[in-house]
Design a protein around this ligand. Structure first.
Ligand code: C2E
Ligand code: CA
Ligand code: CA
Ligand code: CA
Length: 275
């Protein structure tokens, strides 16, 4: 039994060593990707439901891997979070998005996704101030998207940071609303400016009375709390008509545009008439 116990111990140690090594390799690869400019931001239009005008863009990260080609963030963000590399990568995203947006018309905003880990670094509020300042972008044109997991752990520090950032004039959006277990209680914890209704609800709008009722309830709840709502993943004009009837203020989805490289954003904005 003793030998077996030792054997078992050794086995796990080996696996853990392999894990640590794999983790270090991955960290190195992500570090090199950052240093050699393999990351690029794509931008997806956010559109006013009534006027159908573009009001902003969400920055979405892409990785041009030298051998594997374009890698989806769904694949590498979890790895970047596991290795901690999401902190420097996230800072790059924030700085690049602010720089890009500074050249857009003054009524066009930019939304940036933040990972929960970025709130653990203690310097996030300072990084936001510095990114805005270096880019010369007014705080009112930046929106930060967080998921409820930011408030799940260590929520005193995260809350204080969020309040600090919001006091600068940056808007805070709750992303993927309705996919977690306690979205409603988080609305009580922090004065969000925007709720982004998860695309899983929008996808089923035409087939499910329940989904339609949920979307309607979220829009009404937002309205009574002074929070605007965005419908994510709008792909059809039927979905657009439904979310418009229900009072969603903005939509984002393939119907109006997939995430675009910056050159296409500039093309699109040439046709944009400022308000
Ligand atoms: P998300 O923040 O919920 O972003 C929306 C995702 O839905 C994007 O996927 C977008 O391309 C996709 N989408 C938009 N409209 C439609 C539609 O009409 N139909 C369908 N089927 N999909 C649509 P993407 O770009 O692959 O990003 C996936 C996720 O990766 C994001 O989900 C976000 O959680 C994460 N992510 C992306 N960029 C960043 C980043 O810079 N930082 C962090 N922390 N996470 C990021
Ligand atoms: Ca998002
Ligand atoms: Ca989302
Ligand atoms: Ca998501």
């Amino acid at each position: 039994a003793k030998a077996m116990g030792r054997g078992t111990f050794c086995f796990f140690e080996t696996v853990m060593d392999a894990d640590r090594q794999a983790r270090r390799d991955l960290e190195t690869v992500l570090q090199q990707a950052l240093e050699s400019n393999q990351f690029e931001l794509y931008y997806q239009p956010q559109v006013d439901t009534i006027t159908e005008q573009v009001v902003g863009f969400e920055a979405l990260l892409r990785w041009h891997h030298p051998e594997r080609g374009l890698v989806s963030p769904v694949e590498f963000i979890p790895l970047a979070e596991e290795t901690g590399m999401i902190v420097p990568i996230g800072e790059w995203v924030l700085r690049q998005a602010c720089k890009d947006a500074a050249s857009w018309p003054a009524d066009i905003g930019v939304a940036v996704n933040l990972s929960p880990l970025q709130f653990k670094s203690q310097t996030l509020a300072h990084t936001v101030v510095s990114a805005l300042g270096d880019a010369g972008l007014p705080a009112s044109r930046l929106e930060l998207e967080i998921t409820e997991s930011v408030l799940l752990t260590d929520n005193d520090t995260a809350l204080a940071t969020l309040h600090h950032i919001r006091s600068l004039g940056v808007r805070i959006a709750m992303d993927d609303f309705g996919t977690g277990y306690s979205s409603l209680s988080y609305l009580r914890l922090f004065p969000f400016d925007k709720i982004k209704i998860d695309q899983s609800f929008i996808r089923e709008l035409g087939n499910s009375k329940d989904c339609a009722a949920i979307v309607k309830a979220v829009v009404d709840l937002g309205a009574s709390l002074g929070i605007t709502t965005t419908a994510e993943g709008v792909e059809t004009s039927d979905q657009l008509n439904r979310v418009r009837e229900q009072g969603c203020s903005e939509i984002q989805g393939y119907l109006f545009g997939k995430p675009l490289p910056i050159s296409s954003v500039h093309e699109l904005l040439k046709r944009h008439s400022p308000e």
